[in-house]
Structures are given as C-alpha cells and as structure tokens.
Ligand binder design. Structure first.
Ligand code: ADP
Ligand code: MG
Length: 360
C-alpha cells in the first residue's frame, strides 16, 4: 500500500486558561483538540465533520502548522513537519494550502484579483512578471472566471465568485493538499453545489487531496471519500463515506445524520436531538465525552473512555456499544425504529447468527 500523503497521530492542542494578577495562574486547559489521528491518501477527500467548537479549525491550523501542537505529530510527504525550519518550511507552505470559510474576509479589498493571485507566486519566487501574468490568467480559467476579471476588486464579485478567487489563490502554488475549512458554509445553498462541484472537478484534473471541513454531513455527502466525525476535540467515528452514511457506528453520527433534511416527505426518520448543550472543551465529561448527551448511555460510558476501534475494515467507532447499536437503537429508542433501522437490526442479527455458527 502506498504511504499516506498526510498522517496525523495523537494530535493535541490545549490552551491554558489563565486567571489572577497578570494572568499568572493557570486554572485549567481548553482541550480544543484532544488526541486526533487520521491519514489522507493522494487524490482523496477526507471530510472532517462536527458541531461548531469541536476543534475542526484548530485541527486544520495544526495540520498546516500555523500553530504548534501540545502533543502528537503531523507527517506530510514522508517528513515530520513539526521539525521543519527555514527553507524546508517554505517548501511545505507551497505543498499545503487553505481555502477559508469566509471569502469576504480572506481577500484583501484593496488588491485586484490579479494582485491577489500573483502574491503567492511572488512570495515563493515563482516565475518572472510575464510568466506570473500568464499564470494568473490560467488560474482564472481553472476556476471558471474570465480574463477581464483580473483587473477587478473583490467587492465587485458575488460570494460564490469570491470563493472561486480564494480557491484560485490556494492553487496558485500547485499544492498537493488543500485544507478547505467550511468553504461553502457562508454561501447561499444555491451556490454551494457549484463550488463543491468546482472543487471536485479541480481534484480530478489536478490530483489534489482535500481535508474538507464542514459542520453538517449533508455538505460532505457529495464530496467526501471518507468521513471523520469529530466531537469535543476527538474523532468518534471514521470510515468510508457510504459506510458512515448507511451504517453509522456512533450515536453522535446518528444524531448528525438525522439532522439532514430529506427530500422524501414520507421518510419517517425523526430528527434526533442530542439532549443538552455541547459541554465546554474546558470541562470535558469523564468516560465517554459524549455520554452526557447520548440516548444509549450505560454506566460504563460514564467512567471508561472508549478507544476508537475498528468495527469493520477501515470503519472505526469510539463507542462502547458500537456493535450492538443497531439493535439497541431499534429497541430502546422507538423514534429511530425506521425501515432502515429495522434492516440494520436484521443485518446485525444475521451477523450474530453467522458468528455464533462460526464459533460452533
Ligand atoms: P470549530 O472549527 O470546530 O468550530 P475551533 O477549532 O475553532 O472549532 O475551536 C475549538 C475550541 O477551542 C473552541 O472551544 C474554541 O473556543 C477554542 N479555541 C480555539 N482557539 C483558541 C485559542 N487561541 N485560545 C483559546 N481557546 C481557543
Ligand atoms: Mg471552524
């Protein structure tokens, strides 16, 4: 098997909370990212999904090494990037780029589009003036804008067009990995699909890898190869997209899935609401960090922190009850006793029967 393009292991970012005179006393930690591991392969899109405040952007900043980790490592193209300095660090900056959520805030309003797209080329010493101008025109074409747009300013564009400029800027230096931090969250729903399709198209043409961040699963359905679900600084489920959507092995993933609006009015899956508020990352619950909001909590969950473990090949869950979840979901929570849940229950029963048979 080929080595992953990006490999993140046990990554953590804790922010000390200070109090007192001159903030000299540390009174605890905000555990923004609290032990995250994942890999991204070449040409692949890994979606990172979770509610606001769960640590997605902090993970992105750690991957790009815009901030230093409290613990853990980031390997990219077979180098430990936490150790890079000087010229090696500048080379890395070319290979990894970011597209931000807000194309309104991330483009300098006083620069023309040509200047915005040329800037990263100048910073990295790519091409002379003539070559750079040609590259700007090429980039505009790549994201579906016209050559005459080069002389315009960001405010002259719509939100979707501005995000296209943000994407062109990220691609200017020919990165291998693009971190897209909620790239369509600020856009009208009607525009979101266009930008998502553009990103997919560019991936196919340029062989890009994406870390695609979103706060709901609906957005990633059409872009992800694999999905990682994040809750309070941890990944609680990760697996191939189809598997995560069809057979979620973590109660939190089920909650996120039930929040996706369905076009079919007869679909009976009721929206599941996780009870209570998201706890603060400064005060993470004991045991399973999701237990305070989980519909399937048992005593063990309050004391024992579940490890992220494989349920099926490549499909991992951090839930003590992952294996029995389809069954308990059908029994204990009648509001999710849908045809789909019934099918999963049957599948689970079949598997158990097969396992028992195999065991003799
Ligand atoms: P997301 O992108 O998933 O919404 P973030 O990664 O931005 O989440 O933030 C995760 C948590 O870390 C939040 O509770 C946030 O308030 C906290 N946080 C982020 N940056 C800092 C910082 N520089 N100092 C203290 N706390 C921070
Ligand atoms: Mg964020």
């Amino acid at each position: 098997m080929t080595a992953p393009l990006l490999e993140v292991a046990n990554l953590a970012k804790h922010y000390p909370m200070r109090r007192g005179v001159l903030l000299a006393r540390t009174v605890g930690n905000v555990r923004a990212v609290d032990g995250v591991s994942f890999q991204i392969f070449r040409g692949e899109t890994l979606a990172l999904v979770g509610e606001s405040g769960c640590g997605k952007s902090t993970t992105a900043r750690l991957v790009l090494r815009l901030i230093e980790p409290t613990a853990g490592s980031v390997r990219f193209e077979d180098a430990d990037i936490t150790a890079l300095r000087g010229a090696a660090m500048r080379r890395l900056r070319r290979r990894m780029q970011i597209v931000f959520q807000d194309p309104f805030a991330s483009l300098n309003p006083r620069m023309t589009v040509a200047e915005i797209l040329e800037e990263p080329l100048i910073v990295h010493g790519i091409g002379d003036r003539v070559a750079r101008r040609a590259r700007v025109e090429e980039l505009l074409g790549l994201v579906g804008l016209a050559p005459y747009h080069a002389g315009r300013y960001p405010h002259e564009f719509s939100g979707g067009q501005r995000q296209r400029i943000g994407i062109a800027r990220a691609l200017a230096v020919e990165p291998a990995l693009v971190v897209c931090d909620e790239p369509v969250s600020a856009l009208d729903v009607s525009i979101q699909a266009q930008v998502v399709n553009l990103l997919k198209d560019l991936q196919a043409r340029l062989g890009l890898s994406y870390l695609f961040i979103a706060h709901d699963l609906a957005v990633v359905k059409h872009v992800a190869d694999r999905v990682a679900v994040m809750y309070l600084g941890r990944i609680v489920e990760i697996g191939p997209k189809d598997a995560v959507f069809a057979n979620p092995w973590h109660p939190y993933t089920r909650v996120l899935l039930s929040a996706i609006p369905r076009p079919d009015p007869h679909h009976k899956l009721q929206r599941q609401i996780a009870g209570g508020d998201v706890p603060s990352p400064a005060n993470i619950p004991s045991g399973c960090r999701f237990h305070t909001r989980c519909a399937f909590v048992i005593d063990r969950c309050r004391t024992e922190d579940p490890a992220l473990h494989p349920i099926e090949t490549d499909h991992l869950s951090a839930c003590h009850r992952a294996e029995e979840l389809p069954a308990v979901a059908a029994m204990e929570a009648p509001r999710v006793a849908t045809p789909a849940a019934a099918r999963r229950l049957a599948l689970y029963a079949d598997r158990r029967a097969a396992a028992e048979q195999a065991a003799g």
